[in-house]
Design a binder for this molecule. Structure first.
Ligand SMILES: [Zn+2]
Length: 187
């Protein structure tokens, strides 16, 4: 059976071919970095690999070119990009906040963007890389301020406000942040 590689936006074309269909993303927009990555696929008789080329281009080649295998590979790549970005941005913001946090973890969660433990361990969701920079900034400041105030008291918000004047608007927008995450990433 022939395998038709289908990228989002071209679903209709392949409905009629009768071939086995898989739906794979044609591009990834990393909003926080303002980077649009284009993806091309090549089926080959080798282990599936992802190759990063210049000018924001990704090539995925090998087998099996199944949705599951490709998404796993892309998620791994996105997590690495997120680690580098979030760790650096976190350090930069803490130069202002001066929070005595204990440790930073980058996590994968479908529930929270980030949290702070009572011991001052901050966890940030790698999916933050899909959000606008202003919201990532807000979330990191929020967690850094939790190290001193582990609640949502007036004193806590007063502290957040010192570093983010639009904290109220950003806090509301963060609740709708899921709309920036591509559907296939939940898979
Ligand atoms: Zn909070």
């Amino acid at each position: 059976m022939a395998i038709a590689i289908l990228t989002r936006g071209t679903e209709q074309k392949l409905k009629t071919t009768g071939n086995y269909m898989i739906i794979l993303p044609a591009r990834i927009y990393l909003t926080a970095l303002a980077e649009l990555w284009r993806i091309t696929y090549h089926q080959a008789d080798r282990k599936l690999v992802l190759v990063e080329l210049p000018r924001q281009s990704l090539v995925i080649m090998g087998a099996p070119l199944t949705e599951r295998a490709v998404v796993d590979l892309l998620k791994k790549w996105i997590k690495l990009k997120a680690q580098v970005f979030l760790k650096a941005y976190f350090q930069k913001l803490n130069k202002k906040v001066n929070s005595p946090y204990k440790k930073l973890n980058i996590i994968a969660s479908n529930i929270e963007w980030g949290y702070c433990s009572p011991k001052g361990v901050i966890s940030l969701n790698y999916k933050l890389i899909f959000l606008p920079r202003t919201l990532v900034r807000h979330l990191i400041i929020h967690e850094l301020c939790h190290v001193r105030y582990l609640n949502h008291s007036r004193r806590f918000w007063h502290e957040v406000k010192k570093y983010d004047k639009s904290w109220k608007k950003n806090d509301t927008l963060l609740y709708e942040g899921n709309r920036y995450i591509p559907n296939w990433i939940i898979y």
